[in-house]
Design a protein around this ligand. Sequence first.
Ligand SMILES: [Mg+2]
Length: 118
Amino acid sequence: MPDTLDTLTARLIAFRDERDWRQFQSLKNLIVSLNLESAELLELTQWLDDEGVEERLVELEFKEKLAEETADILLYLLMICERAGIDLGQAAARKIDINGAKYPVDKAHGNARKYTEL
Ligand SMILES: [Mg+2]
């Protein structure tokens, strides 16, 4: 059975507390770390065009690296939410609803304009 966000967060807290790392994981430091991991994900696409990224996906090593960096991002995001008292699942579901209202299908279908320009 796959881990839920709650079980992943519980594992992260245990991992952190076993190492006495809570003292280093301020909300600010977690946000910085999330952005550094995002940069590592971005680095995987450096110098490649859209087709180049798609082509690299067939390489096991590239796909594993992509999986690692996306996981790093999720894990920091979970720790940010834990530290800030945010229910990430609820917040994400709410944001999808908000985006749905901002981008009604009849106006947004097939175009990439920002909601303020629809
Ligand atoms: Mg990383």
